[in-house]
Design a binder for this molecule. Structure first.
Ligand code: CA
Length: 627
């Protein structure tokens, strides 16, 4: 940590006035510092300051060469490319800028990369991811609720306003998350979002998807150093960390949007309007160019300028920003927001460059698509007609989410009820590796699962049992463990966690609080919490669930049976979606059952006879370890 603390004062920010009264200054250099020892030896520096453009740069260093110095339309920018030789040692060196008779010097530092087994581990189906929205999870430090000079403070009454949640709040509850059986945490974005708000039109930026500085943690959440500390502690406790990134857009108040380096840094909203959100046009063989342009170049919303990643200077800036955060913070993975919205060639190059430096890392792209075919199209090595390869390992499995929710709500039929899940998984031949899909019953953009299944506790448990035992990487949205409802609009899906705020009447982070909350809502909240925790805890050690094969049987009478199996173990999962208790004849499953005499139900803890029949309770899941 000493290294990191040294960094704050690295750049000598300086300015002078030349005789013609033209001020020249350096206000920022991004990235602020870098490292030696990357595969990619080229380093771009974005130098920003009054009239710094058209300066010359001199570096006197045996292992560092100036490759290119690029002036752009805006005289306040200078883009520099350095070559950092593989022999370069960590340390500081001066960047000497000259303009006319004048000289400006900035110290730049190259650090040694931190090797550690707990950093950059990636994530996979052995994990269960806990997704939380920093502003809405827990307010550990009310002192940072209002920051002088930042636009928005806290307003507990307004749904679209900030609530004051922060990194300290998460830090204080790492034990809680671990105790729930989670092995990874995905944070919605933590970058500075110092944006003006208008609650009456839903323009609030508590969610973090409108960055105003991509190198800085929002001070209302904490500091860069705190984020690094939070990651280090999570990893020490055995939990990985996934960072949310957005390369499609930033906020209108981003510092480089307010003083654009060049006109093609963003797409002109006056020309392209807003996106049509029709992500399917990207693989549609009949798509028009107009629709494609609208999809990729249109703005996501009025407050989020659409970045032009075909600008090579911007592309390098964004790629380096990613590498910087990975190296600086030690994160294990990235969840890329709106993955289909930037230029897809850029996204592939971005992923390729990340994996070149961090082969064990993982990225999940938010690909919110209509069906398995268009979702699978985004996963690496998909045989696209054009030869396009996304280099993206993990995709968000919206088709499975849709099937689980619909399947639990519908009456059983040929292709309705639990058969929906069966048919959706049957399309897995499309995926390069369906076990890398991130699967969920809800997230921060979806109606909460509790609401989508009509607040039915039995259906709720069925959904959780499926999520934690089928193929893929399960993701649990914060509050799911306490049956949080909500979802007519964005803030309703993102309500605060009870107990996360000083003075909350009920603290649902404790058993006592969950019991009280259950009484208040007349719901089995503590039982559901334990249900989720028990399966998640059991799952932690079950390689057969992580990487074992999946074999499923055609659902009959809305009973869906599947097996997870490997050389050592077989687990039988029975999902009874029917409203009645019943008897399941086991003859159909002989290919798995013939070797076994009994099953031990992970959920009830009891031994289950699997002779010729299994007794089923209404709308109940059984997870049987066969012996
Ligand atoms: Ca706070």
């Amino acid at each position: 940590m000493i290294k990191i603390n040294l960094l704050s004062a690295l750049i000598l920010l300086c300015s002078f006035s030349v005789t013609e009264a033209q001020t020249v200054s350096i206000d920022r250099i991004e990235p602020e510092f870098w490292w030696t020892g990357f595969e990619e030896t080229r380093l771009q520096l974005l130098v920003y300051g009054e009239n710094i453009g058209s300066s010359r740069l001199h570096v006197d260093h045996d292992d560092i060469r100036v490759l290119q110095v690029i002036s752009v339309e805006n005289p306040n920018y200078l883009f520099v490319y350095l070559d950092i030789s593989k022999n370069a040692s960590p340390g500081s060196f001066p960047l000497i800028f000259t303009k006319g008779e004048q000289t400006l010097t900035a110290e730049y530092t190259l650090l040694e990369r931190e090797g550690s087994e707990t950093r950059h581990q990636g994530f996979d189906a052995s994990d269960v991811i806990y997704l939380l929205m920093p502003d809405r999870f827990a307010n550990g430090d009310p002192e940072n609720d209002e920051i002088p000079g930042m636009i928005e403070g806290v307003n507990m009454e307004e749904p679209y306003a900030r609530k004051g949640g922060d990194l300290k709040g998460v830090m204080d509850r790492l034990e809680y998350i671990k105790d729930l059986g989670m092995t990874a945490i995905w944070f919605n974005p933590i970058f500075e979002n110092d944006m003006p708000y208008n609650y009456s039109i839903g323009a609030g930026f508590y969610h973090g998807y409108a960055a105003t500085d991509m190198y800085r943690v929002d001070r209302r959440f904490g500091s860069n150093e705190e984020f690094v500390e939070l990651i280090r502690r999570s990893q020490e406790m055995g939990m990985k960390v996934i960072m949310d990134k957005i390369h499609n857009h930033v906020g209108t108040h981003h510092w480089f949007i307010r003083d654009l380096p060049m006109s093609d840094w963003v797409h002109d909203q006056a020309v392209v309007g807003n996106t049509n959100y029709r992500t399917d046009v990207l693989m549609d063989p009949y798509a028009s160019q107009a629709d494609l342009n609208s999809m990729v170049q249109g703005w996501f919303v009025d407050e989020m300028p659409d970045l032009n990643q075909r600008n090579p200077l911007l592309a390098d800036y964004l790629i380096q920003n990613t590498i910087w955060w990975i190296e600086y913070s030690g994160i294990d993975g990235i969840r890329m927001d709106t993955h289909p919205y930037p230029y897809k060639d850029y996204m592939a190059e971005w992923a390729r460059r990340v994996f070149r430096e961090y082969p064990d890392f993982n990225i999940v792209g938010e690909v919110w698509m209509q069906n398995a075919a268009t979702t699978a199209w985004w996963q690496y090595n998909f045989p696209t007609q054009s030869g396009y390869n996304s280099y993206l390992p993990s995709v968000t499995d919206f088709p499975l989410w849709r099937s689980i929710v619909a399947g639990l709500n519908e009456d059983a039929g040929w292709d309705t009820g639990l058969a929906r899940i069966y048919y959706t998984l049957g399309q897995d031949f499309l995926y390069t590796d369906p076990n890398l899909n991130v699967i969920f019953v809800d997230n921060h953009d979806l109606v909460r699962f509790m609401t989508s299944i009509g607040e039915d506790p039995a259906k709720y448990r069925l959904g959780l049992a499926i999520l934690l035992t089928t193929r893929g990487i399960p993701q649990i949205y914060y509050g799911t463990e306490i049956m949080k409802a909500g979802g007519a609009n964005d803030p309703d899906k993102r309500r605060i966690f009870p107990g996360g705020w000083p003075g909350d009447a009920i603290d649902a982070f404790t058993e006592e609080g969950r019991l009280a909350l259950g009484e208040e809502r007349n719901l089995p909240i503590q039982e559901t919490f334990e249900y989720l925790r028990n399966i998640a805890e059991w799952r932690k050690e079950k390689e057969v669930i992580h990487f074992g094969a999946l074999t499923h049987f055609i659902p009959e009478n809305n009973v869906y049976v599947y097996f997870r199996h490997n050389e050592e173990e077989t687990v039988m999962v029975i999902i009874n979606g029917a409203d009645e208790a019943g008897t399941l004849s086991t003859g159909r499953f002989n290919e798995f059952l013939e070797k076994y005499t009994a099953g031990y139900d992970v959920i009830s803890g009891s031994k289950v006879d699997i002779g010729e029949t299994v007794q089923l309770h209404a709308r109940t899941a059984m997870i049987l370890e066969l012996r």
